[in-house]
Write a protein that binds this ligand. Structure first.
Ligand code: GDP
Ligand code: MG
Length: 442
């Protein structure tokens, strides 16, 4: 299938987010780089890739997750949102009386798609009719005629026609009262040449179609965007149909075409048969590409193991009575949304956990964030042994963190208090036994 490689890379990236211990700027930058690489390798338009990655990075670093959503889910959500956005708006062809003109280069799948589209409207209860407007390729007439027979819809064409506009006008006249959806096939060329553009414009002016659909092979590559733009400039595209999605092409080029000309992708062709045809829906498509169906369970599982791991680690530290700034940092992370230490806090003595809680309440999110920034500015020696932090170090750290001296002192006080509590707690023998049992620590 087209875009299999892109899907694989993106799924890997999503897993990376779900399994990350911390969602920090390092992870976000890594993820953005991964996505950039994956999209470029799939031939997605370079400018689009740059815009998209800038957007993802900015949102992931600046936006706070909504209530009840973890940091991981939030970043995954942003990646998903922006990829859906890349594909442009979602639109369905109206189920009503209309004239549809199909355009595209030679061999892209126009004639085949005329049949697929006729079948689609027939199933919706409308009466489609097909007009052979490709007068240049000798076999085009028979090809569309056979397709019309297969779908069992009326067909109009003239094997010896010299003028596309004339044939099409005759067809329109013929189907005026008997058909609801008139689908006009047109000729393509190997390249977009002036005479093709002129013919397209002539047809467009004579027919005044409701829809002008560009049919594009998913294998188009980086050429797709400029091609689509040229068609759009000539007659104004109202929608795109991507064909041959059952192939193994990279596909990103054709996908970018939609974004470049601001026309929605309406359908995709997934094979040579009339029924190998699906309505395209950007969000569903991206969900499948990212493996979104699995994402929720993936995140839940990852968070459970993370929670267990950090709870176990903390439990061990607590029992040993050791507690330094690194532990403090971890605790701050857990308190400020990295997932609650629920398992551990259930086992804590009442006084201990409620004291912890009331301190959480006092210390606002902002303060937690400031504390973490301050710890970031410490050397490893200072983190391991915070007792050495005296006035000259306080000065340096506060400068590094961009805070005032009193903020560093406040963190040190908070640290001392927490440490005292933990040491008191580690000497509680009953609690130690309980913890050891819980985590099967020998
Ligand atoms: P046109 O020149 O644009 O009218 O293209 P055609 O409709 O004649 O199609 C060119 C070739 O592509 C034919 O062999 C079709 O069977 C094939 N084709 C069209 N759509 C699809 C598709 O979605 N999947 C596959 N595998 N082949 C397709
Ligand atoms: Mg054709």
């Amino acid at each position: 299938m087209v875009l299999d490689n892109l899907g694989d890379s993106l799924k890997k990236t999503i897993k990376k987010i779900a399994n990350a211990v911390y969602v920090d700027s390092k992870l976000v930058k890594e993820v953005v780089r991964d996505i950039q690489r994956a999209l470029l390798q799939s031939d997605v338009n370079v400018k689009l890739v740059l815009d998209l990655s800038k957007k993802i990075e900015q949102r992931a670093l600046e936006e706070k997750p909504p209530l009840g959503m973890s940091n991981r889910e939030h970043v995954i959500r942003i990646v998903y949102d922006e990829l859906v956005h890349l594909l442009g708006e979602s639109r369905e062809l109206p189920i009503k009386k209309q004239i549809i003109m199909m355009v595209g280069l030679y061999g892209q799948g126009k004639t085949t798609t005329c049949g697929k589209l006729a079948n689609y409207f027939k199933r919706k209860g409308l009466r489609p009719g097909l007009i052979a407007g490709d007068i240049h390729r000798p076999a085009a007439y028979e090809q569309l005629q056979q397709i019309a027979e297969k779908v069992e819809v009326p067909f109009y064409g003239n094997k010896n026609a010299k003028d596309a506009v004339q044939v099409i006008n005759e067809g329109l006249e013929r189907f005026k009262r008997t058909c609801d959806v008139i689908i006009v096939d047109t000729s393509g060329r190997h390249k977009l040449e002036d005479d093709l553009i002129k013919e397209m414009k002539d047809i467009f002016q004579a027919v005044k179609p409701d829809e002008k659909l560009l049919v594009m092979d998913a294998a188009m590559g980086q050429q797709a965007a400029p091609q689509a733009e040229a068609f759009n400039n000539a007659i104004g595209i109202t929608g795109i149909i991507l064909t041959k999605l059952d192939g193994t092409a990279k596909g990103g080029g054709a996908l970018s075409a939609a974004s470049v000309v601001h026309a929605p992708i309406l359908f995709v062709g997934t094979g040579e048969h009339i029924t190998d045809f699906e309505v395209f829906e950007p969000s569903g498509f991206i969900s499948r590409l990212l493996g979104m169906g699995d994402i929720k369970s993936l995140i839940e599982k990852a968070e459970e193991t993370l929670r267990d791991k950090s709870a176990e680690r903390t439990a061990k530290r607590l029992m040993s009575g050791k507690f330094d700034m690194n532990d403090m940092y971890e605790q701050l992370n857990m308190i400020s949304g990295m997932g609650p230490l629920s398992k551990l806090s259930e086992m804590l003595p009442v006084g201990f956990s409620s004291r912890l809680k009331s301190q959480d309440m006092e210390a606002t999110q902002e303060k937690m964030k400031r504390f973490r920034v301050i710890i970031d500015s410490m050397t490893e020696a200072e983190r391991k042994n915070p007792e050495i932090i005296k006035s000259s170090r306080i000065k340096r750290i506060s400068r590094g963190a961009g805070v005032e001296h009193k903020d560093v002192k406040e963190l040190l006080r908070y640290y001392e208090m927490t440490k005292r509590m933990i040491q008191g707690f580690s000497s509680d023998r009953k609690l130690r036994r309980n913890l050891m049992r819980q985590f099967q620590i020998k």
